[in-house]
Design a protein around this ligand. Sequence first.
Ligand SMILES: N[C@@H](CCC[C@H](N)C(=O)O)C(=O)O
Length: 304
Amino acid sequence: MSSRIAFLKGHGTQNDFVIVPDPENAIDLSPAAVAALCDRRAGIGGDGLLHVVRSAAHPEAREMAAQAEWFMDYRNGDGSIAEMCGNGVRVFARYLQRSGHVGEGDLAVATRAGVKRVHIAKAGSDSGSAAGDITVGMGKAVFPDGPAESVSVSVGAHSWPARNVNMGNPHAVAFVDDLDQAGNLWAPPPVAPASAYPDGVNVEFVVERGPRHVAMRVHERGAGETRSCGTGACAVAVAAARRDGADPAVMGTPATYVVDVPGGRLVIMERPDGEIEMTGPAVIVAEGEIDAAWLHEHVEPARP
Ligand SMILES: N[C@@H](CCC[C@H](N)C(=O)O)C(=O)O
């Protein structure tokens, strides 16, 4: 291992990530090392980490290498692995663009939830965002228990019915009267039955803001309360649509929802075939070098 490891820091609607470019998958990023890098006081700080690896060089992505050159090896801030990160994939694409690996336009990114199609808008176009927004084909939402509210979410003595929505990763979406009712979301709010989520769950609290316009707060599995969650915003948009009686498959037209998060705004469109597109910003804010000796202290020793 060299004595310095390059990193960048970026965010999408303030869901922030440490980015570690490692094309040949040569860096030992143990859960402890990831947690150390994401620590906001003793490390760089981030809700999660984007390990940028060539698909051909990663055992979990090799089969996708023909479709997508790059694999987003996503880790939560506590070091755990997640299947997918919607804000992360936009920031991942922005990194690839900034580093010259790809240009504006279309690209494919391999993730643990399959290959995602990404479109990087031309700078200054479309949304008026200086860097150009990024749109991601997020796939279809799955309702493991059907579209009705099948689980419940609690905060203190208060409990709400919630929808179980899977966007590659698990979500529980609860509509509340006021986002303050969610209280402090650093600890995971209890979700029942726990058996609905054997691997843990991301929990979204949602209020209506207007026609096809909602706002949310989120507790992210493996990170605590974050300022945004892209997969969560998609889960919220489809849950809101079903609540409004808007099913694009039945209507034959897309349903578009604006989802406000504490860190900004995401626009989610569900097509009649169920495919969901998410559009939002992605920003690289810094780059630097990690002292490899410091990181090495956090790498778990190999077991005999
Ligand atoms: N912030 C992400 C989701 C990251 C993974 C999540 N915490 C999980 O464990 O499933 C997003 O933007 O989607």
